[in-house]
Design a protein around this ligand. Structure first.
Ligand code: TPP
Ligand code: MG
Length: 322
């Protein structure tokens, strides 16, 4: 892939996630998406930089905020939107909603609503890959909030002890719902520094810089593929919208407008767009064609989701464990 192709790929993938989620936010008030949605707007570079360092054979699990991870791994857009609309054509048959995304055909095994819950699943996937002598790896996406859960320690510990091919990717957006890190973790703690004492290499970087994320993720993935065991990567980033839902909520006072504005200036999509234009990697016209193509795809996918049928009432007891 040439440098230009790579830059356009990064840009297209980030913009696509942005446009999908902005459309979700715009249509959410219609009341047809009846599940909670946690948008990743502002955090696209982390998902895309990591996603581009993976292959379709690599496996991934994620959290409640999974749209970007699913799309960046190659998950089917129409099946994701149909799932959010609760339709039978959705990736979980319309039973799971936004937080239960899955597309095994591209290795996106699943996301769950219970914070921390997918971490041991991702470690188990790593164990299964190791037992099969596979060259694929397992990626565990997590937020800064899951670091505070006991299962995080257990998951990392087991992966280290068994030298598993597991890539822990922590998106540190500084908040767990309305609680900033300073009321949740001891003052002065640096997450990746703490974890570096647990027996695995750690890396960290700017989660809003797609090229930096890609470079770091590639180094982590290469090492894991060589059989050198798990790696932990911490990426700092910021969510723009409310924790859950389509709106902005800075007015309620848990974070300052200044902080929000400072992060908005580090918008991964528009900063990268400026870089592409400034470096003459592509022209305005080429970038417009990119967004026009995405617009068509996104509109078509929403149309598909809206037109799809709800699951039949006779199927209500199928795929349910009780
Ligand atoms: C076990 C558990 N505890 C609490 C919650 C409520 N909850 C949902 S998302 C969330 C915040 C998680 O923060 P973080 O891991 O940093 O992810 P972010 O939302 O910032 O992406 C919490 C506490 C939950 N879903 N599961
Ligand atoms: Mg967080």
């Amino acid at each position: 892939m040439s440098d230009k192709e790579r830059a356009l790929r990064f840009y297209t993938e980030m913009l696509r996630i942005r446009m999908v989620e902005e459309e979700i936010a715009a249509r959410y008030p219609q009341g047809k998406m009846r599940c909670p949605t946690h948008l990743s707007i502002g955090q696209e570079a982390a998902a895309v930089g990591v996603g581009q360092a993976l292959t379709a054979q690599d496996l991934a699990v994620s959290t409640h905020r999974a749209h970007a991870h699913y799309l960046a791994k190659g998950g089917d857009l129409r099946a994701m939107l149909a799932e959010i609309y609760g339709k039978a054509t959705g990736c979980s048959g319309g039973r799971g909603g936004s937080m239960h995304l899955s597309d095994p055909s591209v290795g996106f095994i699943g996301s769950t609503a219970i914070v921390g819950n997918s971490m041991p699943v991702g470690v188990g996937l790593g164990l299964s890959l190791q037992l099969q002598n596979s060259s694929a790896i397992s990626v565990v996406y997590l937020g800064d909030g899951s670091i505070e859960e006991g299962v995080f320690y257990e998951s990392v510990n087991f992966a280290v002890v068994r030298n598993l091919p597991v890539f822990f990717v922590c998106e540190n957006n500084f908040y767990s719902v309305y609680s900033p890190l300073k009321v949740r973790q001891p003052e002065g703690r640096v997450i990746h520094e703490m974890i570096s004492g647990w027996g695995l290499p750690t890396m960290h970087g700017d989660g809003n810089d797609v090229e930096e994320v890609y470079r770091l993720a590639t180094a982590c993935v290469d090492r894991i593929r060589r059989g050198e065991g798990p790696v932990f990567l911490e990426l700092t980033t910021y969510r723009w919208r409310e924790h859950c839902g389509p709106n902005y909520d800075n007015d309620i006072g848990y974070r300052t407008e200044e902080e929000f504005v400072a992060w908005k200036e580090k918008d991964p999509v528009s900063v990268y767009r400026e870089m592409i234009l400034h470096s003459e990697i592509a022209t305005e016209r080429e970038l417009s064609l990119v967004s026009e193509g995405i617009r068509k795809e996104v509109d078509g996918a929403f149309e598909f989701a809206e037109r799809s049928e709800f699951p039949s009432s006779e199927s209500a007891y199928q795929k349910v464990f009780a």
